[in-house]
Design a protein around this ligand. Sequence first.
Ligand SMILES: Cc1cc2nc3c(=O)[nH]c(=O)nc-3n(C[C@H](O)[C@H](O)[C@H](O)COP(=O)(O)O)c2cc1C
Ligand code: SF4
Length: 410
Amino acid sequence: METKIVSKNFDIPNAHTIEVALKNTRYESIHNLIFLKPQTVIDMIKASGLRGKGGGGAPSGAKWQLASDYIGEKYLVVNGDESEPGTFKDRQIIAKDPHLLIEGIIVTCFAIGAKNAYVYVRGEYEEFSNILQLAIDEAYAKNFLGNGAIIPIDITIHRGAGAYICGEKSALLESLEGNRGHPRLKPKKPEPEFYFGNPTLVNNVETIASVPFIVLHGAEAYRAYGTKDSAGTLLFAISGHVNSAGVYEVPFGTSMIEYIEKLGGGIKNGKKLKAVIPGGASTPILPAHLVKEAKLDYESLKALGSSLGTGGMIVMDEDTSMVKALKNLLRFYHHESCGQCTPCREGTSWVDKTMDKFINKSATHEDLQILKGSSKSMNGQTICVFAPAVSGVIDGFLKHFEDEFLECIV
Ligand SMILES: Cc1cc2nc3c(=O)[nH]c(=O)nc-3n(C[C@H](O)[C@H](O)[C@H](O)COP(=O)(O)O)c2cc1C
Ligand code: SF4
C-alpha cells in the first residue's frame, strides 16, 4: 500500500547529509537537464498530471507555463508554511531528505528561467529550517548551487512569524516583501504571482519534491500511480484517535478506510470511528459511513461533499464531542483571520463566540441559525478563500451532526 516516491530515502540513516543523499540518487535529475530544453521540462510536468500539493490541487504544468511565458526577472517561491492544522508532511521532506527539495528547486528554476528561489518556512519550524540551511550550505560547497553550478541558482530561506494566513500564496509574498501578511485581490485572468512586481511561481514543498522523479523517470512513470485525474502519490498525514499517527505516502485513489486501518493502525483502544476531517482542518468533516466510501483523491472527496486539501486526516472516535471539536476549530479561525474583510473578521468572531453558548448548553435556536447563516454571510464576499472555507467547515458539522448541537439548546 505504501508507495515510496517522494519518501524513498526517508528511512535511510543520515539521508539529510549530502554524502548519503548523493549515494541515493539525489541530484541525478540535474544531469538530465543538460540534454533538455526548459520547455521540454515544463511539457513533462504537464504530461505527468502533477497537481499542487499545498491544498488547492492546481495543475502544476499550467502554472509553470504562466511563469515561464512572462517576460522579466523570475522567481520561485517554495511554500513551506504548513500551518493547516492536521498537516505535517512538508516538514518530513525538509527534515529527512532536504536535498530532494533542493534538487526539485534547481530543476524548477531551470524550467521557468528563475535564478533565485526563496523557501518560506513556517516560523515554528526552527529545527527543520536549520536542517534545510545546512543542506543548502552543503549544496553550495559541492557546486550544485551558486555561481559555480551548471545551473547557477541561489536559495534563501525566509522564516514566517506564526501567522496561518501567510500560507496563502499572495499573503506569503506580501510577508516575503516585508509587509503585513494580507492576501491580495485575485487577478481577473490567469497570471503568475508577483514578487516585488516580478513574475513568480509559488509551489508547495511536496510539489517541488515530486519534480525530480518525473524528470528522472518520465511523465508516464509518474502517471502509473494514482487515478486519471489525480496522478501520482501524496504524503498523507494521519493524526487524532489512531494507533499509528504519522505520514505515509500512498497513490491517489487509495481507500481512506484501508489507509486508516492499515497504515494508521486503526482506532485507538478498540473504539469505533465517528468521523474524519479528510484534508487539514479547512476541509468539511465526513461521518464514518462516508469515510468507508471515500477514496483519497480530489474527485472522490469532492463527490462526498468535502475536499482532499492537504491530505492531512484528523480521525475522531465515537467519544468525540462534535460541539467541542467545532469550537476548537472556530477559535483557531477567529484568531487567524487577517481582518481585511468585514465578513471574515466579524463573522469568525461571531461564530466563535456563538459556539461558547453551545459549549455551555445555553444556546438558542437563533444561535443555531447564526451558525447556519454563516455560509451566506461569509461566503463569496471576501478577498481570499479563508472565510468561505470556515463556513464550509461549519456546514459540514451541522449537516452530519446537527443532533449534537440541538442537544445544547435550552
Ligand atoms: C488560508 C490558506 C492557507 C494556506 N496555507 C498553505 C500552506 O501552509 N502551504 C501551502 O503550500 N499552501 C497553502 N495554501 C495554498 C497556497 O495559497 C497555494 O495555493 C499553494 O502554495 C500553491 O502551491 P501548489 O500549487 O504547489 O499547491 C493556503 C491557502 C489558503 C487559502
Ligand atoms: S477572507 Fe479573511 S483571511 Fe482572507 S483576506 Fe479576508 S479577512 Fe483576510
